[in-house]
Design a binder for this molecule. Structure first.
Ligand code: NAP
Length: 302
């Protein structure tokens, strides 16, 4: 079929109507869960990708789909399930939001390879596999792809190098997709928030606290003072941290803009912190930026 035929249905014509469906990965908590609920309230048919389907309460237009983004078989089953429902209901897939994440903190030298790999598997390869699997359905509607990156996809901070590497990979992947899907008029957007008030921070802090269990003694000795100080500071500032982070709704609003606006942006920096850091990263030479990255920025969030 010539590419031109795909233009018969315009995403901007169908988006926001009840005939549009959106799939969100990692919808059991945080941004994914809030976005799934909000999109369903806005009249979208939402497929909420969750690893364990009992996680969220479904409603008429919010359907849970089992989706572990690291498992190709489960992804294929999700494609089959969603295709069946779309065909039955006469609905088209207007968007896929790649949102699932795990995050491990720790200096590069001591963070075990299994954590680097897992973080890449969920964030990066998960995004690639889900996108490739759903592209045929998305192409039918000239649908959109929204990839959750972070300010960590723009600049690197001490002790979160593994997360930054995964998010940088998502940024490059998204840029490639945008170029390659342009002939079909398909939009690709990247969301880059600063700190957001979700369960993610507590989960990654817990993993960081548990890090000594996974590393050899000689590494522990090298980094123990840094690790201990960081854990103590994070625990002492827990309440304050959540006050500084932005509410989930800010990111959800941005995500909905990326899915529905006639002119979605290619990148959305969300929150004052992300915008300031990105500007400084652009303005400053690396060594000067590094001085801020290990001091000022670690103290802030939003
Ligand atoms: N929170 C922040 O400060 C912040 C800042 C910048 C960017 N972001 C980005 O925003 C997105 C959402 O983060 P969040 O803060 O909402 O995190 P969250 O509350 O921890 O949610 C993460 C979601 O990913 C899911 N997940 C983990 N492993 C998975 C896998 N193998 N397959 C499918 N799903 C999996 C989790 O499911 P389970 O419940 O089953 O584990 C959960 O639903 C992420 O891409 C994150 O990097 C967050």
């Amino acid at each position: 079929m010539p590419i031109k035929d795909h233009y018969a249905i315009r995403a901007s014509d169908m988006i926001c109507k009840k005939t549009s469906a959106v799939l969100i990965t990692g919808a059991s908590s945080g941004i994914g869960a809030a976005a799934a609920k909000q999109l369903a309230l806005n009249g979208f048919q939402v497929f909420a990708g969750v690893r364990h389907p009992e996680h969220i309460n479904g409603s008429e237009n919010l359907i849970q789909v089992q989706l572990d983004v690291t498992d190709p078989e489960i992804i294929n089953r999700a494609v089959e399930t969603i295709t069946e429902i779309l065909n039955k209901d006469g609905v088209m897939l207007a968007g896929v939001v790649n949102n699932a994440t795990v995050e491990y903190h720790g200096p590069v030298e001591i963070l075990p390879m299994k954590f680097f790999r897992h973080e890449m598997e969920v964030n990066y390869f998960g995004t690639v596999m889900v996108t490739k699997a759903f592209l045929p359905l998305l192409r039918q509607s000239r649908g959109r792809i929204v990839n959750m990156s972070s300010i960590s996809g723009r600049c690197v901070f001490k002790s979160i190098g593994s997360n930054c590497a995964a998010k940088y990979a998502i940024e490059a992947f998204s840029d490639a997709l945008r170029l390659e899907l342009a002939p079909w008029g398909m939009q690709v957007s990247i969301i880059e928030p600063g700190g957001v008030a979700t369960p993610l921070w507590k989960k990654s802090l817990q993993a960081f606290e548990d890090l000594p269990k996974h590393i050899p003694q000689e590494h522990l000795q090298l980094y123990y003072p840094f690790w201990e100080k960081s854990v103590q500071a994070a625990r002492a500032d827990e309440e304050e941290h959540f006050q500084k982070t932005m509410p989930v709704d800010r990111v959800v609003k941005t995500l909905i803009h990326a899915l529905t606006s006639k002119k979605p942006k290619t990148r959305y920096l969300v929150g004052r912190f992300a915008k300031t850091v990105a500007l400084l990263k652009w303005l400053l030479p690396d060594r000067l930026f590094d001085r801020f990255a290990v001091t000022e920025f670690q103290e802030q969030s939003e």
